[in-house]
Design a protein around this ligand. Structure first.
Ligand code: HEM
Length: 156
């Protein structure tokens, strides 16, 4: 179970389903005796935070072990600001007031799905390999759809 959790967190670090979140802020703007409002938009690149070389060792390396005890990310929170520290080393579920309220359900579901998939099927890459290049959109998608060789396992 700890390794399953580590695989899910490492996947969310490298391939957050929401590659960015946005925030809108208003500023009062005084000009020529009248006051207007300036609307600014802030885009937080979630996917870049999870791969930042200043806070992650070998950021482009898929290494679930970093989330296990003794690993560099054993105490990293996917809930920024909620582990008593002000860190934001990854934020797949956003942060602050708009933090995803479905995060715990999502984590349980993803772990169940992954555990079931691996239990019932053997997965191998196709001869052409797997291209993990992402297509930047509102949701993170694979540029080339995943192809895999899937064989049912014989359960005891
Ligand atoms: C792996 C699965 C999921 C991911 C990666 C995810 C990610 C996110 C992100 C990045 C945000 C924006 C947070 C922000 O702006 O700071 C968000 C918001 C939200 N999520 Fe999720 N989410 C997931 C699953 C779910 C599920 C299962 C539910 C509901 C059952 C859910 C409900 C919501 C809602 C209602 C918001 C809007 C919150 C607000 O604007 O106050 N999410 N989610």
């Amino acid at each position: 179970m700890p390794y399953l959790r580590a695989v899910v967190l490492e996947s969310l670090r490298m391939h957050p389903p929401s590659p960015f979140v946005t925030r809108g802020v208003h500023d009062d703007l005084a000009s020529g005796g009248s006051i207007g409002r300036l609307r600014k938009k802030l885009v937080v690149m979630v996917q870049d935070i999870g791969r930042h070389g200043s806070v992650w060792t070998d950021p482009d390396q898929f290494s679930p072990e970093r989330f296990l005890p003794g690993g560099e990310a054993e105490d990293v929170s996917h809930m920024p600001g909620r582990n008593g520290r002000d860190e934001m080393r990854m934020m797949p579920f956003g942060g602050g007031r708009r933090f995803c309220p479905g995060y715990s359900l999502a984590l349980v579901r993803v772990k169940f799905f992954l555990a079931g998939l691996v239990r019932h099927f053997e997965l191998a890459p196709p001869s052409c390999g797997v291209d993990l290049t992402a297509r930047l959109a509102f949701n993170n998608l694979m540029k080339k759809p995943l192809r895999a060789r899937v064989t049912p396992r014989t359960l005891p």
